[in-house]
Design a protein around this ligand. Sequence first.
Ligand code: AMP
Ligand code: ZN
Length: 479
Amino acid sequence: MKLKFFNTLGREIQEFHPIHPDEVGIYTCGPTVWNYAHIGNLRTYVFEDILRRAFEYFGYRVKHVMNITDVGHLTDDADLGEDKMIKGARESGRTVWEIAEYYTDAFFKDLKRLNIRMPTDACRATDHIEDMIKLIQRLGERGYTYSAGGNIYFDISKLPDYGKLALLNINDLKAGARIDIDENKKNPLDFALWFTRSKFEHQVMLWDSPWGRGYPGWHIECSAMSMKYLGEQFDIHCGGVDHIPVHHTNEIAQSEASTGKKWVNYWLHGEFLVLTRGKMAKSKGNFMTLSSLEDQGYDPLDYRYFCLGAHYRSQLRFSFEGLDAAARARRNISEHIFRLRLDSEDRLKALSPDDLIGGTEPQPDAVKDCLDSFFNHIAVDLNTPKGLAVFWGLLRDEDVDPASKYRALLEMDKVLGLDIGHIESQIPELDEEIEKLVKERDDARKRRDFTKADEIRDVLKGKGIILEDTPEGVRIRKK
Ligand code: AMP
Ligand code: ZN
């Protein structure tokens, strides 16, 4: 099956051709670790995980590199504001290094809870300052840098195709550009590679360099680390759409100026998760985290499912109604899966572990068609909503034998990552005390004493038991 993706560079769906046969090198921009990742960031990491899983499914060896931005600096080029790491440290009474360590760890935990595979190389910016310095030196030798006001800048006028990813029209931009706050720049779109003149008071993360003690600009880490681990040319670079006009544009400029060659073949960008009101931004302090969803009773995989319901290139509006629907859908899947397993226990036991997922054991034609259809949707620009529709179609198909169905769903889940192979029974074991409480609540409802009924429901919730009132009666499940 041929894989095809929408390449931002060219703005069209293109067939994927790897640089090295059966191998793919992927670089994804990682988190800035001065705070928790918000659920918008996590949507992008879920999309990148689907990409990675799709390649693995189709037999590629994947090298997936992600940076961890633990250098304190602003996350845009404006020379305003305050170093976010220092702010975080001051507010929590910790050192910047402790802050970075804490949020890096929290980020990895988020990935795990969302069943996102860990990058094959997760590299911290602070471990790669030497590589960044070497890259800046190389750019200097090739005539792309200038020094002004104690800082080193990239001179975009030296690169004729600057802005090709974002289709920037430099002349228009120059004519319309406001006067940049950083008066050192020759052109407002030039960007800093190295600062020796700190923008912030109390800067603590500083390194020696040929240009003096200082710290790197925002974009250089991604060029330095991706080329170190993936080579000077590699297959795919990803991130959210916000990174197209500045961060990725500048990454391309630095990388291609340093080698004189095309850098990355395919650029894939995930659209934003948006809120009904306003933008989700860490700096606004009003962002939602995975833990805040968990505190409200959701499973992280409910959020993963919610993300898969939209194509990665469409904006996704967050709502609790949408998340509730995802949670219900997942519960429904769990119940089906559990029943399928019970119904096919003997048959499944007879299969070797290899045959359980994929393998050589033949599947009925109807199942084969579903698998083909599912993986065709995934192969053409990762169409998870259509893939999910096929998944549900098979799940509900009463004519397919349970063992074949279960095996095929597991196969699809290799890409979806809903972890259906580990679903436990949702039906809790009821001990005497719980049965008594359920009965008392039932009686209270019959008496129309809803206050008492709600009270008992909360007590049961505290014990990990959820009661749902359905037209068919009360449904009891684990939290
Ligand atoms: P940051 O930590 O801001 O560099 O963001 C980490 C990743 O999340 C980047 O790939 C961003 O493009 C992406 N991102 C930021 N905000 C959102 C959002 N609201 N929805 C989806 N992705 C986002
Ligand atoms: Zn980056």
